[in-house]
Write a protein that binds this ligand. Structure first.
Ligand SMILES: O=C(O)c1ccc[n+]([C@@H]2O[C@H](COP(=O)([O-])O)[C@@H](O)[C@H]2O)c1
Ligand SMILES: Cc1cc2nc[nH]c2cc1C
Length: 352
């Protein structure tokens, strides 16, 4: 498959001098060395991404990408596909979990229709990035054509270019999309599909076993899909492809990328594989908000060598976990900027 546009180039951020200055600044704060634990590595990462010893997060943007999945007709979800468009309406009406949390934290919310099986009335906060009325059934053929896949990726690039701020939070909505994410993980990670497949919206044990067998059949149907772009097109998710494009553009612009759960992480996995030598640079910009309760997310995080901030048993999606983690990022930057040093506060240092 050939691309019809150039994916964004993500430059390395090897600023050893800034890293040393940031670490020194963190170590000189009025606290025992390392006592702020994970917040310290987070502060260091945010300083490096934003290129500052006094980083400030500006105009955070939550991007929720929505799409429908042909595979949903195979009984792989506990809910009907209509829930996708109904939840998009709920996001825009302000009643969904991500709407509430984004409002609480002053995060702007944009919902992108990447391919929901429904016609939405245009309104503020809704971006039309529709590639089609849901993907095709991956058990019958590829979920997306090469053209559709390229269009979804370029839509993600375009959406991010139009958003202000220096932080992007990633969320998604799509009945059936845990199946797409599990397929992507299994093929890109060379893993057994049983280890990558979970309950999604709430399947019971027997239904998870049936879902696993459907996904195993899908993998057997597409042995030729091995190159990352082909894998993305064949197993799909218009919203996942759009998010992958958004990740690459945000990384190229040196935005802080806050990744939600299993499906949002699969978009990052794809983004890192589309151009493998850029993978460390892409991951350097990513903060993984939490470890989802979805089976497979721990394996996905291991593939990405990612250490999530929270482990709350969340498995909602929408960007809810990213919004919940957001205040930790704000605190990490505030501590870096405002906390006194031993010298400035006149506090005695550790005994020699
Ligand atoms: O983000 C997660 O970790 C997560 C885990 C399980 C389910 N979800 C959400 O549930 C939907 C997909 O579940 P399913 O069962 O329809 O594949 C989709 O809208 C996701 O946002 C999300
Ligand atoms: C109600 C509902 C809300 C969701 N939000 C994200 N995925 C979802 C799936 C369902 C079923």
């Amino acid at each position: 498959m050939t691309m019809r546009f150039d994916l964004p180039t993500v430059a390395d951020l090897h600023d050893a001098a800034l890293a040393a200055r940031l670490q020194h600044k963190i170590d000189q704060k009025t606290k025992p060395l390392g006592s702020l634990g994970r917040l310290e590595t987070l502060a260091l990462q945010l300083g490096l991404i934003l290129g500052s010893e006094a980083p400030e997060l500006r105009a955070p943007q939550m991007l929720v990408c929505a799409g429908d999945h042909g595979l949903a007709a195979r009984g792989v979800s506990a809910f009907p596909s209509d829930v996708t468009w109904q939840m998009v309406e709920n996001f825009l009406a302000g009643g969904a979990c991500v709407s509430v949390l984004a409002r609480q934290h002053g995060i702007a919310l944009t919902v992108a229709d990447c391919g929901v099986r429904h016609d939405f009335a245009p309104r503020p906060g809704l971006v039309d990035a529709k590639v089609g009325p849901g993907t095709a059934d991956a058990l019958s053929g590829p979920a997306m054509t090469a053209e559709q896949c390229a269009l979804a990726l370029s839509n993600g690039v375009r959406i991010v270019k139009d958003l202000p701020g220096n932080a992007l939070l990633l969320g998604e909505m799509g009945i059936g999309n845990t199946s797409a994410a599990s397929l992507l993980l299994a093929r890109l990670g060379g893993l057994d599909i049983a280890d990558c497949t979970g309950a999604g919206t709430g399947l019971d044990t027997a239904a998870v076993a049936r879902k696993t067998e459907v996904l195993r059949e899908v993998l057997l149907k597409h042995p030729q899909a091995q190159a990352p772009l082909d894998v993305l097109a064949v197993f799909g998710g218009f919203e996942i492809a759009t998010l992958a494009g958004a990740v690459l553009q945000a990384a190229a612009e040196r935005r802080v990328i806050v990744v939600d759960g299993f499906i949002a992480s699969s978009a990052v996995l794809v983004a890192t594989r589309l151009n493998a030598h850029q993978a460390p640079a892409v991951l350097q910009r990513c903060v993984f908000a939490h470890r989802s309760g979805e089976r497979g997310h721990a394996l996905m995080l291991a593939q990405l060598q990612a250490q999530p901030l929270l482990d709350l048993g969340l498995r909602l999606g929408e960007g809810s976990g990213a919004a919940l983690a957001w205040p930790l990022l704000v605190s990490a930057c505030t501590v870096l900027r405002e906390m006194a040093s031993f010298e400035s506060a006149g506090v005695s240092e550790k005994n020699a």
